[in-house]
Design a protein around this ligand. Structure first.
Ligand code: UDP
Length: 249
């Protein structure tokens, strides 16, 4: 399958449906070699715009999906619309559902102490048959990292969910990719918090109306700084389109 991507501020985002992204993720879980999936939202793309290391990591992923309606709009502004939003959390849920049937192991890495274990219990309840092979919290010293890699490898997990927030999770995965024996690493931010119930996803109606961002803001107004990045992102995308149109002439 040839890769159909759209360049958004230097980040190659896959133009892919949710269903195809899920099939691809499942295929990567079953394939040897350590693949990477990232799900950039506007904040992550803005970060990558000014951080070449982060940009290169995202661009070397096997799959980079449009998480957040802001990225979907950006693709429309750039006149190459992605088919739909493919949120990291939704992709993880659908993949776990399939993995509950295969029995392949999953390792949960990240969030505050106790959160990954609580997420494990919720996943076992929601996906009977799921094999959560191990957990580790995301608050560690650099010198603990080799031990964490060893713990992940000896768990025999095929899928590693890294939930350290961006850009830490992407950089961690890229740093240890060669040493990890898992088949697929996914950088999926607050996923464990949502499973554990320490953070809530917006009600379905907000998601359907593309207003998940508004719900998050109402729930946690202290995130205002993070939301202010959204209009800035749109301005940057418009500037990027103008620059691209000039260079294409
Ligand atoms: N986190 C972590 N280690 C750190 C910093 C953050 O494990 O050093 C966790 C944090 O507890 C949270 C997750 O990373 O569970 C991502 O948080 P955020 O709300 O930033 O997620 P996003 O909005 O990027 O999905």
């Amino acid at each position: 399958m040839s890769k159909n991507t759209i360049n958004i501020l230097g980040v190659e985002v896959d133009s892919i449906t949710f269903r195809d992204a899920l099939d691809k993720a499942e295929q990567l879980v079953k394939s040897q070699g350590t693949s990477m999936i990232f799900t950039p939202n506007p904040e992550i793309i803005m970060c990558a715009k000014d951080d070449a290391e982060m940009r290169n990591i995202l661009n070397s992923a096997d799959l980079c999906t449009a998480d957040g309606i802001g990225v979907v709009y950006a693709s429309k502004i750039l006149k190459k619309p992605v088919p739909e939003r493919v949120a990291g959390f939704d992709l993880v849920c659908a993949l776990l559902e399939r993995m509950a049937k295969s029995g392949d192991g999953v390792f949960l890495f990240g969030a505050k102490p106790g959160v990954a274990e609580a997420a494990k219990a919720k996943m076992e309840e929601k996906y009977p048959g799921i094999n959560i092979a191990g957990c580790n919290d995301g608050y560690f010293k650099p010198e603990d990292e080799p031990q964490i890699v060893e713990k992940i490898n000896s768990s025999g997990a095929k899928l590693l969910l890294v939930c350290l927030g961006a850009p830490k999770q992407e950089k961690w995965i890229a740093k240890y990719r060669e040493k990890l024996n898992v088949n697929l690493c996914m950088g999926v931010g607050g996923t464990l918090d949502v499973f554990a119930g320490t953070a809530k996803r917006a009600p379905k109606i907000f998601i359907k109306l593309n207003l998940e961002w508004a719900y998050r803001f109402l729930k946690n107004p202290s995130r205002i700084g993070r939301f202010a990045a959204l209009p800035k992102f749109v301005i940057e995308v418009v500037k990027f389109r103008k620059k691209k149109a000039k260079s294409d002439k």
